[in-house]
Design a protein around this ligand. Sequence first.
Ligand SMILES: [Zn+2]
Ligand SMILES: [Zn+2]
Length: 156
Amino acid sequence: MEQPMSDSKDNVDVTGGCLCGAVKYTAKLKSGAGACHCSMCRKWSAGPFMSAHAEGKVEFHGAGQISEYQSSEWAARGFCKTCGSSLYYHLKPRPEVPEGEYILSAGTVDDQSSLKFDHEVFIDGAPGWYRFDDEDSRQRMTEAEILAMFAPDAPQ
Ligand SMILES: [Zn+2]
Ligand SMILES: [Zn+2]
């Protein structure tokens, strides 16, 4: 699938991990980082889920310390069993992305200097008490636009 939010030539190798250190990973990140304002992400991470999109596989160390919660038909959320850190949102394999797709919690990336905040999603789900400045610098998508992209068969 064509990802409008990032450019593969800007991919960068990173390491990351949870708060307690039980889970660590290495990943290749797309340059674009985002914020998801949906109600599930806000339950899961206090505010918008700040995301860093991995390209391809993510190699986890301490994978036995990861618990997954199937939060929808198309994705599961991984977190550390010990410290509770939100680690990733894993989109199930799709024909265009046979290995699935890991959207890592940006906060778990060790060196975040390469991240570029370039998109917000579920902007119509944001509760209104917080906001990011400089909206025009990013792509901003509603729930309907996101579902059409990632879960075209889901009931609307
Ligand atoms: Zn942990
Ligand atoms: Zn979300």
